[in-house]
Design a protein around this ligand. Structure first.
Ligand SMILES: NC(=O)c1ccc[n+]([C@@H]2O[C@H](COP(=O)([O-])OP(=O)(O)OC[C@H]3O[C@@H](n4cnc5c(N)ncnc54)[C@H](O)[C@@H]3O)[C@@H](O)[C@H]2O)c1
Length: 259
């Protein structure tokens, strides 16, 4: 069997620009034959809408939808639009996270309850909310893939509150997999190595992290958006039909190293 997503309908969240991991994923899903719908985070001046529309135009997405995961009505509206356009959904890519910049450096214990709740809401709870909305559309099975990082299982300097959010996200993967498996929906996470993006630039010392990976990972380099995209396409495909509730490390092997 070859990797083939033709006939599959995929919603990709989290594209902000051409560095976004979600953009790498969208391109690889498209290359494998999937039909796409994408979301953007609405802003007052409509800049992100325009950016995401222009960037994704070559992939001819069926829908380009506004989606701020902190706005329950936007989640409802987005999935109603999907239901109207497609009548179902096969693949959901959850590729978004946020924490305040001040909570991504310095003392971990300094995080405020507001900063904690914000990071957990956007970065972890959102997977539950989107999966719940996708559930009635994934009537003939499906695949949900989210993005996590090693800082959710080990202490990585400055990752701080986002590490807690990723720990929650990874447990969400397991609970959702257990629930949704009964209807043939698989839920998995990809733990990606550090990549320079808008989100990662908010993490204190991200360049040092990347250089450390380049010096110590078995492959002596960090990963690309395309490599993460390929892994996402695999997990979303029937080739991964026996895999659910797992975290797949796409990190040049960094996580196996002891020092
Ligand atoms: N870049 C890395 O080194 C790295 C490594 C491992 C995991 N990840 C994870 O990959 C995912 C994508 O991040 P990225 O690095 O591609 O950065 P990115 O900045 O390109 O993507 C983050 C996305 O989150 C979206 N977002 C933020 N708040 C939102 C909200 N309230 N509602 C909807 N969308 C919202 C942004 O619009 C953006 O598209 C994140 O979950 C991140 O934690 C990144």
């Amino acid at each position: 069997m070859l990797l083939d997503l033709s006939g599959k309908r995929a919603l990709v969240t989290g594209i902000a620009n051409n560095r976004s991991i979600a953009w790498g994923i969208a391109q690889q899903l498209h290359a494998a034959g999937a039909e796409l719908a994408v979301t953007y985070l609405p802003d007052e001046r409509g800049k992100l809408k325009q950016k995401v529309e222009e960037l994704t135009a070559p992939l001819s997405p069926k829908l380009v939808l506004p989606l701020d995961v902190q706005q329950p009505q936007q989640i409802t509206d987005a999935f109603e639009s999907l239901a109207a356009a497609w009548g179902g959904l096969d693949i959901l890519i959850h590729c978004l996270a946020f924490a305040q910049k001040e909570d991504l450096s310095g003392d971990f214990s300094a995080v405020s309850v507001e900063g904690f709740n914000l990071a957990l809401d956007i970065s972890a709870y959102s997977l539950i909310a989107l999966s719940r909305a996708a559930k009635p559309l994934m009537t003939s099975g499906g695949a949900i893939v989210t993005l996590t990082y090693l800082g959710g299982v080990r202490v990585v300097p400055n990752y701080n509150v986002m590490g807690i959010a990723k720990a929650a996200l990874e447990m969400n993967v397991r609970y959702l997999a257990a629930e949704l498996g009964a209807q043939g929906v698989r839920v998995n996470g990809i733990s990606a190595g550090p990549i320079r993006t808008l989100a990662s630039s908010a993490v204190g010392g991200i360049l040092d992290m990347i250089h450390h990976v380049e010096a110590t990972a078995p492959l002596r380099r960090t990963v690309t958006q395309t490599e993460v995209g390929n892994a996402a396409a695999f997990l979303a495909s029937d080739l991964a039909s026996g895999i659910t509730g797992q975290i797949l490390y796409v990190d040049s092997g960094y996580c196996i190293m002891g020092i």
